[in-house]
Ligand binder design. Structure first.
Ligand SMILES: [Zn+2]
Length: 566
């Protein structure tokens, strides 16, 4: 229960007659809950901790008691809640913060990236082939081996590799490895055979099969030619989808995330999630967005929000435009570095407004990806049409990357949430100004402007596009620097968040963006027991030290879901 509610109950008692109170059931319930708290025995107590609660009324504490998955009490000495059955964790001075909430990630993508081989740091084709051979040794014949991010320009000679090199260590498993930019794939002989790519096979439209001097395919497929092999890769089974989600969720728990907003799920993802929740195998809370219009969305328009402790479905994810790196983001004026190109609008304003109106009627939320200033303006106009004015439907713009400063007040006027990713700013800062020029850059990754307007800024990572590590996101939010500390003072440093603002954006604001601020986001009695023990005090250490802080323990719903040294 929030302190303010409690105060209200007592104040009501002082100023009103008892009949008035009795007739006001919420106050009575609040009062009884407060009285019964005092005697309750906790399941779990954390002591000797340096706690940041995120609550304005009681920002700091030393101990935390948990019962039935919820926070029972927060204070300095909670000995009164310790009984014979209570598990006590001595934090030994460790810092405790509310569990981090990533408001925009892709769980299946993260699971896939953890499952598949990563060649980002491989220094030769031989090193890649050796990793593949090792993987083949532990797989059944015929099972696909997938990998990504090889880059021949990082290898001696900078030559494209050959299928034979992979086939030597993996003769019986098809192998498909994408290049760092996704525009080429390196495959082995088995994969070429399965795709029936032979000397006589012509290059497909928009693609190229690299060949040896004899005309024999060498094993590297460019652009559309990749599809010849890719379409042979079997679709995932329910079990494989679950395995990926579990792997991703375990990684999130390891990094201190207790809630993830999964930005775009399919019906099969949802079925997999449901089974994981039923079998108690989901270590983080998932707030799922339905990927686009379709039968799943129509089902939820009929049934309304599905709210659960571990899985909530009450929103749709739409895509208004593309991305800035590939110049697909929709701009009002052409890109500064490509004359005539204004990017691509993927949805019309009318379509977004139509979805918005249906969502409002059904009590659902709309979360639309918008990167360019035209994309953002379009979404905001559509939202304005669907919402009419101030409201509590909490529609969100995902990314809100480049927005005209004059359009920003619309976020405030229509109660729209800016769901932003701090590490996108620090990844894109080297080239973003080349795309949009000196004037438009003023509204780029401009989270300070939203905060000043009173707009909720929920933070996230867009993993696996960026690392899922919320401490890296927290660091980026407070420094606007890369991990080497450049540029000095930060890129467009006026947007840096204070540590309090950054922590809020990674906790309470994420909870608010999912209608869950009464259940999570701060450490207060009655809220879910979602918190993290950190090796260092991220609210006071030097910025560079934040990157070295580690998660010692993650607790979600009162369960220890990760422990560094169990
Ligand atoms: Zn995304």
């Amino acid at each position: 229960m929030a302190d303010t509610q409690l105060e209200a109950a007592f104040q009501a008692g002082a100023s009103t007659d008892w009949y008035g109170i009795l007739s006001s059931m919420p106050f009575i319930v609040a009062l009884l809950a407060a009285l019964s708290c005092a005697a309750q025995t906790a399941d779990l107590v954390v002591i000797h901790a340096n706690i940041y609660t995120g609550e304005r009324s009681r920002p700091r504490a030393k101990a935390l008691a948990v019962q039935g998955g919820k926070i029972l009490a927060v204070g300095d000495d909670l000995g009164r809640h310790v009984g014979a059955s209570t598990k006590t964790i001595d934090a030994k001075g460790a810092t405790v913060v509310p569990g981090f909430i990533d408001s925009h990630g892709h769980m299946r993508g993260l699971g896939e990236s953890l499952e598949n081989l990563d060649f980002r740091s491989s220094k030769s084709s031989g090193a890649v082939a050796a990793m593949v051979a090792k993987e083949a040794a532990r797989r059944k014949p015929g099972e696909w081996i997938l990998g990504r991010s090889w880059d021949q320009t990082q290898w001696p000679g900078s030559e494209f590799p050959n299928a034979d090199e992979l086939s030597r260590g993996a003769p019986n498993n098809p192998v498909f490895l994408t290049r760092v930019d996704g525009h080429a794939a390196w495959v082995n002989r088995k994969a070429l055979e399965m795709a029936d790519i032979q000397t006589a096979t012509p290059d497909p439209a928009g693609g190229r099969i690299i060949r040896e001097s004899s005309g024999r395919p060498s094993g590297v497929l460019i652009d559309r030619a990749q599809e010849l092999v890719r379409r042979r890769i079997p679709a995932l089974t329910r079990g494989q989808i679950q395995a990926r989600l579990v792997r991703a969720a375990a990684e999130c728990a390891r990094l201190g995330l207790t809630s993830v907003h999964d930005a775009g799920i399919s019906a099969e993802d949802l079925a997999a999630y449901r089974e994981l929740v039923l079998s108690n195998r989901l270590p983080v809370h998932v707030y799922a967005m339905i990927r686009g219009e379709g039968s799943l969305w129509e089902e939820y328009l009929r049934r309304g929000p599905e709210v659960g402790e571990w899985l909530t479905v009450r929103s749709i994810k739409l895509m208004a435009d593309g991305a800035l790196g590939s110049r697909g983001a929709a701009m009002k004026d052409p890109y500064t570095d490509e004359a005539g190109n204004r990017g691509l609008l993927l949805l019309r304003k009318e379509d977004i407004a139509r979805v918005g109106k249906a969502a409002v009627k059904a009590g659902l939320q709309v979360n639309t990806h918008a990167i360019g200033d035209r994309g953002n303006r379009t979404v905001l106009e559509a939202y304005a049409e669907a919402l009419g004015g101030k409201n509590d439907h909490r529609f969100r713009v995902e990314h809100a990357q480049i927005v005209s400063v004059t359009d920003m007040p619309m976020f405030q006027q229509y109660s729209v949430i800016a769901s932003m990713q701090a590490t996108h700013a620090t990844s894109d800062m080297r080239w973003a100004h080349l795309r949009v020029g000196p004037q438009r850059i003023g509204g780029a990754y401009a989270w300070r402007k939203y905060l000043d307007l009173g707009v909720t800024v929920a933070n996230g990572s867009d993993f696996p596009v960026e690392s899922a590590n919320p401490l890296w996101g927290f660091y980026a939010a407070v420094t606007r620097q890369d991990q080497q500390g450049s540029p000095a003072g930060g890129w467009m440093p006026e947007h840096r968040m204070s540590r309090e603002e950054a922590l809020r954006s990674w906790t309470l604001s994420g909870a608010y963006a999912g209608f869950e601020e009464k259940m999570k986001g701060t450490l207060a009695p009655g809220k879910g027991a979602d918190f993290v023990l950190l090796t260092q005090d991220i609210m006071t250490i030097a910025p560079a030290e934040i990157l070295r802080a580690r998660v010692r323990m993650t607790v979600a719903g009162g369960r220890v879901v990760y422990e560094e040294n169990p």
